[in-house]
Ligand binder design. Structure first.
Ligand SMILES: *Cc1c(COP(=O)(O)O)cnc(C)c1O
Length: 383
């Protein structure tokens, strides 16, 4: 799957960073629920472990695994996706720097730029990242970061990672790809030229709606060191149990993503041409404007589907309320199917901005239940 490790993704997901415990032979890394470590004489650290904010063996196992799955050299695990983003931005940006952000992004990412990072003197502007020329036009002499989410949340926009990597290289900026929606099984941004991969491991990586976590993966050793310094200096690390849960989720990532993608395709079949639906957003649809790019840079189209409901906002809210098997809730990427109204829920924080989403939009996180049962539930909710 990547140059560095000849093993395939499915094998790495289960084995990378997960050698049997040397002390006991335990076949999965134990939860090292510990804050500090006995030193063999002052400074005599065993395996480099000193204090669990700096490093913890369970977190190390996850971090090595994350690096292998993204084909990177360094992985870092955080307490949440936003903690990972915050660490990255504070490591890369200084007052006066400029960032290009997408016009379709996770609401919390937008809020971090607009309400937190901006107050520290960092400028940002919004561009349609599905159009590399628009991103090039948004770059200034102060641009240090180009941020992209592909597929994007919640409109499933597709951006050409390789083309944007060229734009970033020419601008002397770093290309950051939020790979949460695809997961490394479907898409590997570093191989396409990205500098940094961001994850909310809360979503597909964890996969079971039972943990909040985040990750950064990079290919450059110096940048990896810089991020590790900031991770320790700021301290928003993944705890041992959370790291263990994410690792357990990752072992089945490949089979889950295949099933998420197959079930989403069935749901898209139902929605396309349905009398109650005016538009369907899914990169697997040949009519999707990013379909060709998605087919080139992804090995499947994933489990996220959005659509617009005839009758406007009230009708969209009614569909969400009437679904039974699709649980009404925020978040995504778990084995159970979820439905939500982005305008009033996940994306309420972008209302009135350039990132505002249509009021009649419904977003689905298609789970891995029986596709027949999911189709039946959505049919009754749309009836
Ligand atoms: C959820 C999410 C985040 C934020 O991650 P948290 O774990 O909730 O902090 C960032 N990007 C995307 C695309 C997300 O879906």
């Amino acid at each position: 799957m990547n140059d560095r490790n000849p093993q395939s993704f499915e094998t790495l997901a289960i084995h990378a960073g997960q050698a049997a415990d040397p002390a006991t032979g335990a076949v999965v890394p134990p939860i090292y629920q510990v804050s500090t470590y006995k030193q063999d004489g002052v400074g005599g650290l065993r395996g480099g472990y000193e204090y669990s904010r700096s490093a913890n063996p369970t977190r190390t196992a996850l971090e090595e695994n994350l690096a292998a799955l993204e084909g990177g050299r360094r992985g870092l695990a955080f307490a949440s996706g936003l903690a990972a983003e915050d660490c990255l931005l504070r490591a890369l940006l200084r007052p006066g720097d400029h960032v290009v952000i997408p016009n379709d992004a996770y609401g919390g990412t937008f809020r971090l730029f607009a309400k937190v990072v901006e107050a520290w003197g960092v400028k940002w502007s919004v561009a349609d990242t599905s159009d590399p020329a628009a991103v090039r036009a948004a770059v200034t002499e102060h641009t240090k970061v180009i941020w992209v989410e592909t597929p994007s949340n919640p409109l499933l926009g597709i951006s050409d990672i390789a083309a944007l990597a060229d734009v970033a290289r020419t601008a002397g900026a770093k290309l950051v790809v939020d790979n949460t929606f695809a997961s490394p099984y479907l898409q590997q941004p570093l191989a396409l030229g990205a500098d940094v991969v961001v994850h909310s491991t809360t979503k597909y990586m964890g996969g079971h709606s039972d943990v909040v976590g985040g990750a950064l993966v990079v290919n450059d050793d110096a940048l990896g060191e810089e991020l590790a310094f900031h991770q320790n200096a700021m301290g928003a690390v993944a705890g041992p149990f959370d790291a263990w849960l994410v690792m357990r989720g990752i072992k089945t990532l490949a089979v889950r993503m295949d099933r998420h993608s197959a079930n989403a395709a069935r749901i898209v079949d139902l929605l396309t041409g349905h009398a109650a639906v005016t538009e369907v957003y899914y990169p697997g649809l040949p009519s999707h404007p990013g379909h060709e790019v998605a087919a080139k840079q992804m090995r499947g189209f994933g489990g996220m589907v959005s659509f617009r409901v005839r009758g406007g906002e009230e009708a969209a809210v009614r569909v969400c309320d009437r679904a039974k098997l699709f649980t009404l809730g925020e978040s995504l990427g778990g084995v159970e199917s979820l439905i939500e109204h982005p305008g009033r829920m996940t994306h309420a924080s972008v209302a009135g901005s350039a990132l505002e989403v249509p009021a009649d939009l419904v977003r689905l996180s298609v789970g891995i239940e029986s596709a027949d049962d999911l189709v039946a539930d959505l049919s009754q909710a749309l009836a």
